[in-house]
Design a binder for this molecule. Structure first.
Ligand SMILES: [Zn+2]
Length: 209
């Protein structure tokens, strides 16, 4: 599996985008968070954990089923966040049930949370039980995103045009960003349109563009 691109513009969106393609109604695509190990690696790469915290998390996860619990909680938060965000994009179903799941995780995370200065700099970081610090921080992040989201900026890479369905914040001034990243889906869609046009030209069938 190649490296996972990070395009969302917010860690909660990058969490949603760990399934590829991202299709409403279930995780049918490649899941980049298939195991607790995948999750630990992703959390470090996305700066959700610093190296020292990652070490503590790994230690906590080697005992019993800590890793499995954190992994399961993370996937619940991910799918609930996705379902709630879809309603912001106009989908009608499932928002309340998903919101209940997310709020449940967020409240439990709050109950365990502390605030302290990080060892690497002077920034405050949310700490919790090392076993659950990853899902807890993600629950905080997801709620923070939903509370402050400018829905006009929220977009999905267009599945019906060959995109991947990933969610991202379009922060361009004129709101013109269409693809998760022009280097991936945008370029693929463009070359596909070109091929279709050439094929059409050869067969003499006029193509609409
Ligand atoms: Zn895409």
């Amino acid at each position: 599996m190649g490296p996972l691109n990070v395009v969302g513009g917010h860690v909660a969106l990058d969490l949603v985008n760990t399934v590829e393609p991202r299709v409403p109604g279930g995780t049918v695509g490649t899941d980049h968070l298939g195991t607790p190990d995948d999750l630990a690696r992703w959390a470090v790469r996305g700066a959700l954990l610093d190296d020292e915290e990652a070490e503590r998390v790994r230690r906590a996860w080697t005992d019993g089923d800590g890793g499995a619990r954190a992994h399961a909680a993370t996937l619940e938060i991910r799918e609930a966040t996705y379902a709630v965000l879809l309603t912001q994009l106009g989908a009608a179903d499932g928002a309340n049930a998903a919101l209940d799941v997310l709020v449940g995780h967020w409240r439990r995370a709050m109950g365990r949370s502390t605030l302290s200065f990080a060892s690497t700099d002077d920034r405050l970081r949310v700490g919790t039980d090392p076993e659950l610090v990853v899902p807890d921080r993600l629950a905080h992040a997801a709620v923070a995103l939903l509370r402050t989201l400018d829905v006009r900026q929220l977009k999905a890479c267009p599945l019906d045009e060959g995109g991947c369905g990933w969610l991202f914040l379009d922060r361009s001034r004129n709101g013109s960003r269409r693809w998760c990243s022009m280097g991936d889906c945008g370029t693929r869609a463009k070359s596909r349109r070109l091929t279709e046009r050439r094929r059409g030209a050869r067969s003499g069938v006029p193509q609409s563009s």
